[in-house]
Design a protein around this ligand. Structure first.
Ligand code: AMP
Length: 214
């Protein structure tokens, strides 16, 4: 089963993708994670995208489509979760073609719906474990008092440079201008399923499971 998780920044795509990896042996393909890796490694492409990402603008379709293309070969395990991709219509069309070229298809597009007001609070308090990727939040899921990740014990917490209010507003604007039209596109393909992303994490997990299994 190959699925897309779509929703504005802070909707919980990464958190839910991690759960699907654990429970369904799926492969998470997050273009945001791939781009951050390229940026932090200082590669030529990483240097090109660093400023674009810091501003909260979208990286070119060519770059992100190239990143996804590289990952679709080989063992597909329980299927792919596309997290943060596609973000434009051109990316959506390219994804359909890429999947077809490896004998796969898209099975569902899950929209995580969240009120805009809630996103700012979610994003500005967010941190992750630099080792295992577990997500924490200053108010709703604070880092353990002993300074060690509850999952893996590492003490290397990270905050994203673009998780500030200015970049977030730009990321949100990019979402509404360029990514939200995909909801109509996938609805018309009969693939769109909507889930309340503001519910408790476990409730969201159950809603996604129900959407995928029905
Ligand atoms: P994310 O981790 O998904 O929030 O992505 C972080 C940043 O990486 C975004 O604000 C964009 O600058 C860039 N990015 C990630 N995925 C894409 C994509 N599919 N298309 C264009 N830019 C992307």
């Amino acid at each position: 089963m190959n699925i897309i998780l779509v929703g504005p920044p802070g909707a919980g795509k990464g958190t839910q993708a991690r759960h699907l990896v654990e429970t369904r042996n799926m492969i998470q393909l997050s273009t945001g994670d791939m781009l951050r890796e390229a940026r932090d490694s200082g590669s030529e492409m990483g240097q090109v995208v660093a400023d674009v990402m810091a501003r909260g603008d979208l990286v070119t379709d060519e770059i992100v489509i190239g990143l996804i293309r590289e990952r679709l070969e080989g063992d597909k395990k329980g299927g792919f979760i596309f997290d943060g991709f596609p973000r434009t219509l051109a990316q959506a069309v390219a994804l359909g073609e890429l999947l077809e070229s490896v004998g796969e298809k898209l099975d569902a597009v899950i929209e995580l719906r969240v009120r805009d007001e809630a996103l700012v609070a979610r994003i500005t308090g967010r941190s992750t474990c630099g080792n295992c990727g577990e997500v924490y939040h200053d108010v709703t899921a604070p880092q353990p008092a002993d300074g060690k990740c509850a999952i893996c014990g590492a003490s290397d917490f990270k905050r994203r440079a673009d998780d500030n209010e200015t970049s977030l507003m730009n990321r949100l604007m990019e979402y509404y201008k360029k990514t939200s039209p995909l909801l109509g596109y996938y609805f018309a393909h009969g693939l769109l399923k909507r889930v309340d992303g503001l519910a408790d994490i476990k409730v969201v997990q159950a809603s996604i499971a129900a959407a995928l299994d029905n």
